[in-house]
Design a protein around this ligand. Structure first.
Ligand code: HPA
Length: 235
């Protein structure tokens, strides 16, 4: 089964489907957000709002382990995640979509593994699932590849941090892609992300960065994002 982890506002993909059934799962890590199971193109899809209802959990407070564990438990083996990001690359601007092929993890206070009591080192030579990436790339007008930098947040970056991420080879910066991608890998699930660029990163953007502009672009691009994912699901 394919799961979708929705960031801000793509719940309408559920409304494109049929036979919607909502479930909250108990996991060893706590309760999951409400998962909506629905049918689209004859397939059962599981939608999870990453931040839970009403955007209740900010990026650093999301229970990533409960989220991924719950999707696994419900029968999901492949995950398409959506993430809002700032661009570190002037050739990629607000409104563009990026399907990253690598990441750098700058988070520092998150539970990043399911393996606290035995030693497991998962391989991330290929950090995102090639099959799902290909489905997304062929479904929409997206930038194929790029390095997703994940910060702890919830603040935006300083100018020096943005310069550092650029020098290190980052393409986009966000707050929600990790440890999600790694947790999915630990449970042997295929995982890819489609990122909506909502702004240029702080200091390379023309003015002060506000959450309102981030939400506005995400809202403007929501229909196209939903259509791209629906198309990818049909493949
Ligand atoms: N930085 C970090 N996270 C983000 C940004 C940003 O500029 N835009 C949207 N999410």
């Amino acid at each position: 089964m394919i799961g979708i982890i929705g960031g801000t506002g793509i719940y309408e993909i559920v409304e494109m489907g049929e036979e919607v059934e909502n479930k909250v799962l108990q996991t060893p890590y706590g309760e999951s957000p409400e998962i909506s199971l629905f049918k689209l193109h004859g397939k059962t899809i599981a939608f999870m709002p990453r931040h839970a209802k009403g955007h209740a959990n900010p990026p650093h407070m999301i229970n990533y382990r409960a989220n991924i564990y719950a999707l696994k438990k419900i029968g999901v083996d492949s995950i398409i995640a959506t993430n809002a990001v700032g661009s570190l690359d002037l050739s990629i601007g607000p409104g563009d979509f990026v399907v990253p092929d690598d990441f750098m993890d700058f988070t520092r206070a998150r539970n990043g593994t399911f393996y606290d009591s035995r030693t497991v080192h998962v391989d991330v030579t290929e950090p995102y699932c090639p099959n799902l990436r290909q489905a997304l790339i062929s479904a929409g007008n997206v930038v194929d590849g790029g390095v997703y930098v994940c910060t702890e947040g919830p603040r935006f970056e300083t100018p020096a941090e943005v310069r550092m991420f650029q020098k290190l080879g980052g393409t986009v910066v966000g707050m929600t892609g990790l440890p999600e991608a790694v947790l999915a890998r630990e449970l042997e699930m295929c995982y890819a992300s489609i990122c909506t660029v909502s702004n240029y990163a702080a200091s390379i953007s023309p003015g002060k960065l506000t959450i309102d502009e981030v939400f506005q672009i995400v809202e403007d691009k929501r229909k196209e994002l939903t259509a791209t994912i629906a198309d990818a699901l049909a493949k």
